[in-house]
Design a protein around this ligand. Sequence first.
Ligand code: UDP
Length: 461
Amino acid sequence: MGDLGDVVYKPRNGHGLVLFPLPLQGHINSMLQLANILYSQGFSITVIHTEFNSPSLSKFPHFTFRSIPDGLSGEGHSSISDMGILTLLSALNVNCVEPFRMCLAETLQSNSDASKDRIACLISDSVWHFSQRIADELNIRRMELRTTSISSFSGFSALLSLHKRGYFPLQDMKLEEPPMELWPLRLKDLPILETENPEELYRLLESMVKELKGCSGLISNSFEELEPAKLNESGGMEVPVPVFSIGPFHKYFPASSSSLLKQDKSSLLWLDKQAPNSVLYVSFGSLASIDAAQFEEIASGLLESEQPFLWVVRPGLVHGLDLLPGRFMGAVSGRGLIVQWAPQQEVLAHPSVGGFWSHCGWNSTLESICEGVPMICMPCFGDQRVNARFISHIWRIGLQLEGKAQRGDIRNAIRRLMMSEEGEEIRGRMRNLKAKVDYCVKPEGSSYDALQSLTTHLLSF
Ligand code: UDP
């Protein structure tokens, strides 16, 4: 069947899978990477997707795509921050129930023909918390994809448990003094989402925990050397189903083609002109937003650091600021480059990039680890807070900026990472981790073995 890079495709095995990604950039990337991995194992792939943030189908001609209405039609990717992430997730989990049920039923029906691959399993994003119920109704096995770190499972579980014990609201507590069982997290590292309706978050998390119990296994985009399965048990989060850590998914294939925004490749030409390891890459992912005051501090900190930088300022990143201030743009010229969206994996792989200032989304974290680029962490919400704590205090492959950092803190953090002995030590630890991740997806590596087990598991349904 041919090969792509290091990936050798196995012949078709007569089994089909239905995949159902959550329509957010990080989640779409992970699910489509997983789709490619499982296709390479011989499964045929059908992807059920919402009209909202529909993936670009032409990039994946080897999959069957089926679109469902979501009640959000017409709204684009950049409208998410206006709507609020939690409101969006809740709306999707209501609006998509019936369309998904119909679409899955039709897919199962049309594949029951003897000439087609039998659908062995539904793999849905864990945030689609109604999908287990529908899989049960239609009598099909379901596995769950968790696109976040394993460490964040315990963060979410702690959040629920503290909520039940009446620990909230958080602002009334001493943030540096966590209950013992939370270690290494502090209260301020808990994966909270800013919302006017916190009950909505707990409802979502509780539904996810409930659904997990009924599924046939969990697929994790992580790897054993970074997050051993036992870490999860010691975090107090019991996962009652088999866990397959087969990540990092993007290590199996060349750079992702599931970007919802157009990637500005001119950033690579600019990087070609910079000295090795000199550039700080700055990106806060596809959802986070900052206010104009924070923008001012970040911009000033970058300029004061006197370090070259490549900064992704996507439309919608800065609340209430349509145009970047002219005086800043003038000061940047020669020192830095600002783009709306970058080819991030290629940027991180570029020899000129020596650091990544990130919001610590899980995909960004894994992409940085895979290229051995040390990090500055500025988590914004949710699991990013847990990831930042692990990056800075457990794996020690980055520095954390606390709270709303001022320009002086930012300047100092950049210099510490890019120019100091401490920065060199962090870089060394990141290089060691890169060596482990290079090994884990090769034959006999932990993720490679987990993928063989996952394939056997799916073929047994
Ligand atoms: N990304 C990109 N170009 C950019 C910034 C981000 O292609 O300029 C990609 C990045 O490679 C990653 C994804 O967008 O795969 C962001 O996912 P992550 O989990 O890091 O954060 P989220 O956007 O979900 O907060």
